[in-house]
Design a protein around this ligand. Structure first.
Ligand SMILES: [Zn+2]
Length: 442
């Protein structure tokens, strides 16, 4: 019976989209039900994981994670499945999709200016960024775009099946999903209609998870995108129902799911009593239902009394038009960074942002008459990085090089340093600058 109901659910979503002649922007919820059918109990486990993440985000530890300057970098492979040349998307579209990821996740999108005043301070740089994979799983050089000619004309259907992820079913096998973010670009149409734009596999690999019971195999993990909405200004989305989805933000939304986020309206069962179900994130206002590819800033679907706020249609996790979706909130960022470090810990590399001078790293006294320099490093940073220090004079002459910094407080003798200004840098193991200071020795 369960099987029948869940297959029906996915079918209803797709059929509804076809009837309305509007594509379903995201199959996340339908896909959850598909997984529940395959792996009974998975939705409950996801709820537990989500609650765990939420608890952390509401604690100080996660707030530190929200503020942390560590930038996480995720390698991405795009599998481009095509049975016609038209579906074999040009490199420029794939590259523009990557640009959109890095623009939006790093809050470098100019359209943050459209965020209403009430929400502006909640929009933040997630400090999560993306690079094309440069090695395939066998260690061979790659540009991160895996083009595969397939015989199937579409992978869409009335029930979600994940066939695009398996060569045995006419698709393309994942690259190790714990090491790469896999994105399958393929045709998701049904009867030549654009029924679904994308879906993502949510994080389920909690340490206390029993892999043998209800976790789908890791080969399912990743994101699926309809080829017509990949990248910016995709020619297949030039007009009609897809025109609201041509800024590459369907993929941004799906990466949000991949990193543990839910829709801002919380996906109430069967869409009923929407105001009783939240996304669990308290800096996105309570919302009962989705936007409809538009940008209605008068939308306010739940009245919460004193302090009531309108729906945050600017959020990437709504279904507003791409030109309307411009932000992740601070708490959403906390969830994504927590999920990444706890449940997708093999997929990223962490480094202090090279464009950030981290105030928590201290080099003092300055000016210096002491005959010694003190360097302090946050304890938290020592757990994941090895830091060294170098010092050059103003002519670029190296005075110190690669001095290992041990522990959170380091005392360094400066007896040999002549009077003058010197550049002192703290570097992480990849050579990125965590702190740069000009120190005057007297
Ligand atoms: Zn979604």
């Amino acid at each position: 019976m369960k099987k029948l109901i869940t297959t029906l659910y996915a079918g209803l979503v797709i059929a509804g989209a076809l009837r309305a002649q509007q594509p379903e922007p995201c199959g996340h919820t339908a896909y959850q039900h598909y997984l529940e059918q395959q792996y009974p109990g998975i939705m409950q486990r996801q709820q537990e994981l989500y609650n765990q993440a939420l608890q952390q985000v509401n604690r100080q530890a996660a707030l530190r994670q929200v503020r942390s300057d560590t930038v996480f970098t995720i390698p991405v492979v795009f599998h481009v499945l095509h049975n016609t040349n038209a579906k074999n998307l040009h490199d420029s579209l794939i590259i523009s999709q990557m640009e959109v990821f890095n623009r939006d996740f790093r809050k470098r999108n100019a359209d943050t200016s459209t965020i209403r005043e009430i929400f502006r301070s909640r929009s933040i740089d997630t400090r999560i960024q993306f690079v094309f994979a440069d090695r395939d799983p066998q260690g061979n050089p790659t540009n991160g775009i895996n083009r595969v000619r397939v015989t199937r004309s579409t992978y869409g259907g009335f029930s979600l099946n994940d066939d695009m992820k398996f060569s045995s079913r006419g698709g393309v096998d994942a690259w190790n999903t714990s090491k790469y973010l896999n994105i399958w670009v393929c045709d998701l149409s049904v009867n030549n209609l654009d029924a679904l734009l994308g879906y993502a596999y949510p994080p389920v690999d909690a340490p206390n998870w029993n892999p043998g019971s209800f976790v789908p195999s890791p080969e399912h993990d990743g994101i699926v995108l309809h080829y017509k909405i990949v990248g910016r200004n995709n020619p297949f989305a030039a007009s009609g129902a897809l025109a609201a989805s041509r800024d590459g933000r369907t993929a941004v939304h799906e990466v949000g799911h991949y990193l543990g986020l839910r829709h801002t309206w919380g996906d109430p069962p069967n869409g009923v009593n929407g105001c009783s179900v939240d996304d669990g994130i308290d800096d996105t206002p309570l919302t009962s239902s989705r936007s409809n590819f538009d940008c209605n800033k008068t939308r306010n679907t739940c009245n919460t009394g004193a302090g009531d706020e309108p729906d945050m249609v600017e959020n990437y996790m709504d279904y507003s038009s791409h030109t309307c979706q411009v932000m992740f909130s601070a708490k959403q960022t906390g969830i994504m960074r927590f999920v990444l470090t706890q449940f997708r810990s093999a997929v990223y590399t962490a480094a202090i942002s090279s464009d950030t001078i981290v105030e928590a790293f201290k080099i003092f006294p300055n000016p210096n008459r002491e005959g010694r320099l003190t360097v302090e490093i946050p304890e938290e940073q020592l757990k994941s990085h090895r830091y060294t220090l170098d010092m050059t004079d103003m002519n670029g002459r190296r005075i110190w090089n690669g001095i290992a910094l041990k522990g959170s407080v380091n005392l360094l003798g400066t007896q040999l340093v002549a009077r003058g200004v010197y550049i002192v840098r703290i570097l992480d193991e990849t050579g990125r600058v965590a702190r740069l200071e000009r120190v005057l020795f007297l």
